[in-house]
Design a protein around this ligand. Sequence first.
Ligand code: EPU
Length: 439
Amino acid sequence: MSGMNALHVSAPWWKPDSGRTLSIRGGRPLGGTYPVSGAKNAALPLMVSALLTPHLVTLHNLPANLDVAVLSALLQRLGAGLSWSTGASGLSLTVCADRVHAEKIDRELVARMRASVLLLGAVLARCGEASLPLPGGDAIGLRGIDFHIAGLRAMGAAIELEGGMIHARAPRGLRGAEIALPLPSVGATENLLLAAVLARGRTVIRNAAREPEVTDLATCLIAMGARIDGLDTHVLTVEGGAPLAGAVHTVMPDRIEIGTLACAAAITDGALTLANARLDLLGAAGPLLRAAGVELETIEGGAVARRAAGGLVGVDFTTQPYPGFATDLQAPVMALMTTARGASAITETIFEQRFRHVDELRRMGANIIVRGRTALVRGVPGLGGAAVTGGDVRAAAALVIAGLGARGETVLDGLDHLDRGYDGITAKLKACGADITRA
Ligand code: EPU
């Protein structure tokens, strides 16, 4: 069995919703409690980390989304045993990777998900070889993997790119290296960290990404016995080479889901209790949302988000590496700004094609012009429902937010994208009073 057909075996909890479109009748204030899931972008590298050890790794609070299902199918193809459970800690997975078959990476599954490139460092370090189709994923820019490859080469790997495949070999094992990343790439930092913990000797990763998801991965690796210094900074130092033990780790809350739902609460003039939310994870997006008229308050066990009494106000922002404003919140916050008082200049610096939501928001009546990397949004009194398509995971989330705030019916397709990143969003929104149906 291969590809997507394998998902019901490797991730039995994954029940693809048969509906291809989401219909939203907007204008209803959201209320009640929205449970925030574990972070997708932490869960994926954490799952890969389980390949580094023959001992059991248990991850709690995994988000039940399509990317996690796809990655679990990939792990299983590589020979890992998976055991799932659901309880007070959410969705939990125990991985037993006592053997890893480097040659069994599934091409179709890798093509589904860019994060599969994270397998390269871990499988290479564990098996001494790895072959991977060049990764797929969102169409949001070039998203090269040159930093990943240069870093692994510096650690002694021989890597060839041929016929859409990456072939990497390190028959005598990887060795520690000094690596300076040209940009603080999240994926390259994680890939190199995964490789470095098994490489012999010291690796220093300069200009490393310091996104909270990188720290979550490093924390789990440390629990497995890895020696890593410099967490939450741009320089990570790893003393590698010691065999790793198993670990139990709880995935951090999804800061992008927190920001997305705060926008949904504010655009509908509702109030949501975001269970498990941690506002400190928002970085610059926290103060910026407040300046835009979103009240955010920490409470025990989470946070509350609502529109401030003064209403929504246009704000300017530029996406930056953490703790700057997250590129993954650019589309959701742009959706919020479409009906704010005044204008917002929104500049995207991380990815070159991350304005796929703009045309769709325009179809709903938004006033947005794009000049190079900046979108200028002039607030309009209200949006109207329309038929729209989510071109990537965050574009789809932005259109859900816009649909919740719009008059009339919005019909969204491109739901595979939404499913990749948001665990049970339809049911969770419905429970918070949204008029939303998937059919
Ligand atoms: N880049 C290169 N060469 C490389 C690596 C990156 O040129 O070898 C460039 C990319 O093209 C991009 C920039 O560097 O322009 C930043 O990319 P980065 O490597 O940081 O992104 P990523 O690891 O591919 C992760 C998240 C993204 C998130 C970015 C930025 C995961 C699985 N994905 O991607 O999440 O936008 O970091 O924070 O962690 C999403 O969840 O919607 C999503 C796209």
